[in-house]
Design a protein around this ligand. Structure first.
Ligand code: 4NP
Length: 165
C-alpha cells in the first residue's frame, strides 16, 4: 500500500512575531496551493518569551496580506521542551536561533535542528531580524522566506509522497 508520510516543521525566530510567523504562513500557503495539507504540519515559536500570546507584528501581517496570506490569527509562543519530540524539523531563522535551539534540545534531538535557509536551499544565510529596522525590511524578509520556503517544499515533497506502507 502507498501511504503519504507526514512531516512536521517548526519555524523558530527570537520573538515569534516577525520572521517565523511569516515562514509558517508562507510555507502553509505553498502546502495548501499544492494540495499537500495531509502531508505537513506547520507551526512557529520563538526562543524568547517577551511576546507570548501576542499576534504577529503588524508589519509582518501587512506584508503577508499583500501576498494573500492571513497571519492575523496566529499568536506567539515560546519554544517548549516537548517541541523537540513533536517536530521532525526545527528550523531557526538565523544562527543565533539555531545556537539557542541547540542549547535547549536534548543531545539526541539536535539532529532535528537546522538553519532554515541552509536546510532549504543549501546556502547558509540568516533571515535578518527586521524588528528594529524600517518597513521595507519586511518586504526583503518576505521575499527571502518565500524563495527558501519554495525550495523547502520541493525538497520535502518527494520525501513525503507515496511512501510504501
Ligand atoms: P522575530 O523579531 O524574532 O523575527 O519575531 C523580533 C521580535 C521582537 C524582538 C526581537 C526580534 N524583541 O527584541 O522584542
Amino acid at each position: 500500500m502507498m501511504l503519504n508520510a507526514r512531516k512536521s516543521i517548526l519555524f523558530v525566530c527570537l520573538g515569534n512575531i516577525c520572521r517565523s510567523p511569516l515562514a509558517e504562513g508562507v510555507f502553509g500557503d505553498i502546502v495548501a496551493a499544492n494540495g499537500a495539507q495531509d502531508r505537513f504540519v506547520v507551526d512557529s515559536a520563538g526562543t524568547g518569551d517577551w511576546h507570548v500570546g501576542k499576534p504577529p507584528d503588524r508589519r509582518s501581517v501587512a506584508v503577508a496580506r499583500r501576498y494573500g496570506i492571513d497571519l492575523a490569527g496566529l499568536r506567539a509562543r515560546q519554544v517548549a521542551p516537548a517541541d523537540f519530540d513533536h517536530f521532525d524539523l526545527i528550523l531557526g531563522m538565523d544562527g543565533d536561533n539555531v545556537a539557542t535551539l541547540g542549547a535547549l534540545a536534548p543531545p539526541e534531538r539536535r539532529g532535528r535542528i537546522a538553519q532554515f535557509h541552509a536546510y532549504s536551499t543549501g546556502t547558509p544565510r540568516d533571515v535578518p531580524d527586521p524588528y528594529f529596522g524600517a518597513e521595507d525590511g519586511f518586504e526583503t524578509v518576505y521575499r527571502m522566506i518565500r524563495a527558501a520556503a519554495g525550495s523547502l517544499f520541493e525538497k520535502l515533497d518527494a520525501e513525503t509522497r507515496g511512501v510504501s506502507g
